[in-house]
Design a protein around this ligand. Sequence first.
Ligand SMILES: Cc1cc2nc3c(=O)[nH]c(=O)nc-3n(C[C@H](O)[C@H](O)[C@H](O)COP(=O)(O)OP(=O)(O)OC[C@H]3O[C@@H](n4cnc5c(N)ncnc54)[C@H](O)[C@@H]3O)c2cc1C
Ligand SMILES: *[C@@H]1O[C@H](CO)[C@@H](O)[C@H](O)[C@H]1NC(C)=O
Ligand SMILES: *[C@@H]1O[C@H](CO)[C@@H](O)[C@H](O)[C@H]1NC(C)=O
Length: 432
Amino acid sequence: MAPLEILIVGCSIAGPALATCLLLSDVPVSQKPHITVLERSNGMRTEGQNIDVRGAGVTILRRLGIEKAVRAKTTREEGVRMVDSRNRTWGQFVADKSGKTSTPTADIEILRGTLAKILFQRARSVSDAVQAEGGHGVEFVWADTLDAIEQDGLKVHVHFAKSGKTKAFDLVVGADGLQSTTRSMAWGPQADDAVQKLAGGVYGAFFSIPAWEADEETLWRKWYHASGRRSIMVRPHEQRGRATAFMTVIADTDARLERAATNKNNTVAVQKALMKEYFGEAGWECERVVDDMMQSTDFYYDSIAQVKLDHWSKGRVVLLGDAGYCASAFSGMGTTLGLIGAWKLAGCIFQHPNDPQRAFDLYEARMQPTVALAQKLAPGFPRSLHPATDWGVWLIHAFVWVLWVSRVFGLLMKLGAGPPAHSVQVEETQVH
Ligand SMILES: Cc1cc2nc3c(=O)[nH]c(=O)nc-3n(C[C@H](O)[C@H](O)[C@H](O)COP(=O)(O)OP(=O)(O)OC[C@H]3O[C@@H](n4cnc5c(N)ncnc54)[C@H](O)[C@@H]3O)c2cc1C
Ligand SMILES: *[C@@H]1O[C@H](CO)[C@@H](O)[C@H](O)[C@H]1NC(C)=O
Ligand SMILES: *[C@@H]1O[C@H](CO)[C@@H](O)[C@H](O)[C@H]1NC(C)=O
């Protein structure tokens, strides 16, 4: 049997993880799939700040042989402190380093660009090794996208927008994130309805800034709430001298926020100006953060949403990671789902190499329970934590203070069923 020709669209977290899972499989080199990874940007993107890897996600990093490399680059965040406009701490929640409970700070906190780079380098070195044995490995294609996907039952025919080439693949995997165009091309424009905004319309901006001395004395994340459903976090960066910032705005009354996320005509300058308007005079350290935001070169803005589809495949096209089942930045589970999904999808493809439908159905059946748990946010969250009025902000602080001094928070976490990432079974090997 000829090896499978597989196209993976998107080279962030899930894309390179899948390429590595497929090539590490224990099959003869002549049977290893021929993989193309297509990325829209002109090389690995560096934007993105702190992301979490939890539970079974860490197991996958170990299986891929990069756990050590990843642990050497973590941000070492101690935990989360909630502060008010006068800089007083109303509550603090220490990170659970044992990885047994689901605290806001996860087992592994790392910058998105750093993890993506480690995954990419691993995919490339595994590919080099396969090529040295006479296999095909991975071909990376940068700075291009697809503008057509057609299926005839046996092959997926794709057209590359920039190079103008047409190529046929056995399988196409959309790992192109929340605003996936693989999804809209294979399912039709109605697939955009699968992107479900969190209640109230939630938007986020991520970037890095110079650290203040106090940011580095202890590596606590500081979380400040302003009225008008706004909050800002300042968090540890992997590099000394730098910190990361995360702004959240919840407003469905301001259409500019949505346009800035989805309309390709909106540049980073437009997005920054909008965030300056919301945070310029929001109190606490916002002035400093906004000034540094205007200078930042790694600014990233998006709507914060979830993706919910009835099925994750259409013929020979399948979705992986945020493209298929984004759980949103507030779940802390997006990266973990991308990693677990890559492992499981690779396993299912090897189990049914000649029957994509069965492979993809099995992937969905094995993955769906984890996704359902990860997408379950607390009722009204994050809107409930972003009040409109000063009085509402005070109430949140009082509530958090009670949790803190009564130690109820830690207890709740211990009594709970445990986070979804810890109950996931990951199959031992790729070939059964
Ligand atoms: C630049 C960036 C910054 C991010 N920052 C944060 C953050 O600070 N905090 C957080 O919690 N989450 C962030 N995320 C989301 C986070 O990476 C994901 O939730 C999670 O890691 C799952 O990743 P993924 O690989 O499924 O999708 P993503 O990480 O979204 O990756 C999708 C990849 O596909 C590429 N792509 C998109 N469309 C096309 C196309 N048509 N053709 C080819 N390639 C395409 C993108 O350039 C990107 O490299 C960020 C994502 C990106 C892309
Ligand atoms: C984006 O800009 C182009 C060229 O300026 C214009 O033709 C197009 O209509 C714009 N799209 C939107 C959605 O505004
Ligand atoms: C908050 O406290 C830190 C020191 O702990 C200080 O460096 C910083 O300037 C303070 N911020 C504000 C807004 O007062």
